[in-house]
Design a protein around this ligand. Sequence first.
Ligand code: HEM
Length: 124
Amino acid sequence: MTTILYERLGGADGITAIVEAVVEAHMSNPSISGRFLPYREQPEKLAGIKKHTVDFFSAGSGAAVAYTGRDMVSTHTGMHITAAEYMYVVDDILAVLTKRQIDDVSKNEVLAILWSLKGLIIDK
Ligand code: HEM
């Protein structure tokens, strides 16, 4: 039987570590850091966003986890995120997956999920 994507990403511990590393990467990426650095001053809010993001990717990769955050359109409405910013986010995520030696098939599955959400996130 094929292992579900959630397990191939390392389960709860793996996805939590991925989200931590991705948020750090966004904060260090000069093209998008301005979107994320203000949350350093709001640690409780940042913790909530990270938890929602872990749950989102857990549910989206096959785990029986409830996502209790806001939907993608509501979350990103008013931010006017550009297609270029979206690509920087995708690049940061894939770089973290590569660094954590996630296999290529799994990376392609993550990429397909991210791509399917693009229209919900940009230009809102
Ligand atoms: C496919 C790509 C993306 C996914 C799957 C995604 C997913 C999420 C999720 C699950 C949350 C948490 C929502 C909540 O806590 O209720 C969130 C929040 C956020 N996202 Fe995204 N996101 C994506 C792309 C982007 C991009 C491209 C940017 C900007 C460059 C961005 C900026 C933000 C910000 C600033 C927040 C915090 C919003 C707040 O103040 O609560 N996201 N995102």
